[in-house]
Design a binder for this molecule. Sequence first.
Ligand code: SAM
Length: 326
Amino acid sequence: MDTPSLAAPPLIHAARAQRTQTPAGPRSLRAPPAEFLHTPVLVEEVLHFLAPRPGGVYIDATVGTGGHAQYVLEAMGPQGLLVGIDRDPYALEVASRRLAPFGERVKLLRGDFAALCALAQQAGAVPADGVLMDLGVSSMQLSQPERGFSFQEEGPLDMRMDPSQGETAADLVNRLPESQLADLLRRYGQEPFARRIARAIVRHRPLRTTTELAELVCRAVPKRAWPRRVHVATRTFQALRIATNRELEALEQALRQVPEVLRPGGRVVVVAFHSLEDQLVKRAFRSDPRLRPLTRKPVRPSVEEVRRNPRARSARLRAAERVEVL
Ligand SMILES: C[S@@+](CC[C@H](N)C(=O)[O-])C[C@H]1O[C@@H](n2cnc3c(N)ncnc32)[C@H](O)[C@@H]1O
C-alpha cells in the first residue's frame, strides 16, 4: 500500500479561503452551488457522543461541505478550534465558504486522514477533545457527474475523491485481470454476481463512462435477481469506489492513530455506511486498551430521519472515549 504523502498540505483559515484557495484538478470542475450541500446524518447523536465542550479542540477528519462541523462549532459556543480535513479540494472550497463566519476558529486542511497524526499536529490540534469521521461519499460528490461516482448520469469513470491521486476507477477496471476484478467486487461490494460482472467487464473493455459500466452490469445480472430497493449497479459502484480510494486501508490507519491525538477523556465518533467499515471501527474500539467503547451496538437513524434523508438509511454510528492507561 502506498504511504500517504506527509508533505505539509495547505492550511486554510476559513475566513481567508474564499480569496486564496484554488483547488488542483481539472479546470472544468467547479465546486457546485450551495443547493448541493450535503445533509449531515445523525446530527443529534454525533453531538451527544462527541459532547463538544466550550473552548475545546475538535477534528472533523471528513469535513466534506462542513455540515457536521458547523453544528460542532455552534455547540462549542464562541470559543474553541475546529480542524477540518478532507482529501477532496472541491469539498473544502464549499466548507470554507460555509464555515467562514467562524473565522480563525476553523482550520481546513487538504489531506488523507490516513495521516491523521501528522495533519492534527500540523494544525496544532493535539491533544484533541474529539475526532469525528463521517465516512463514504458526500451528496456533493454524487451530484457532480464529472466526478464519476454516480450511475444516474453519464460521466467519466473516475471516482477519485482526491483528483490528484493516481488511478481512476476506469484505470482499475481496464487493467485488472478478471479474477482480481471478481474478487474486488465480491470483497468490497458483497456482489453475488461478481464473476459474471467481471467477465462482462473484461469482454467489453476499455470502459470509459459511468453509464457504460451501469448498463453492462444491468445486462450481466439476470433481471429476476435485481435488488428491489436499489439500482443493480450500486454494489459494483461501491466496490470500485472503495478500491479506487483505498478507503478501508485509510480507515484502518486513521483508527490506529486516533488514541494518539485524543487527550484522556476525549471522544471519537465514527459514522459508517456499510458493514466492512463498521467492522473495522468495532474491532479498533474493542482491541485498543486506550479506548473505551461508548456504544455496544451501532446507533442507527430514526425512521423519521431516513424519511427526510434517504442517504441516512445505512448509517451506523459508534463512539469511544480515550482512557488513561497506567
Ligand atoms: C460523507 S462525506 C462528509 C460530510 C460531512 N460530514 C458534512 O456534514 O458535510 C465524507 C467526506 O469524507 C471525505 N473522505 C473520504 N475518505 C477520506 C480520507 N481518507 N481522507 C480525507 N477525507 C476523506 C470525502 O471526500 C467526503 O468529502
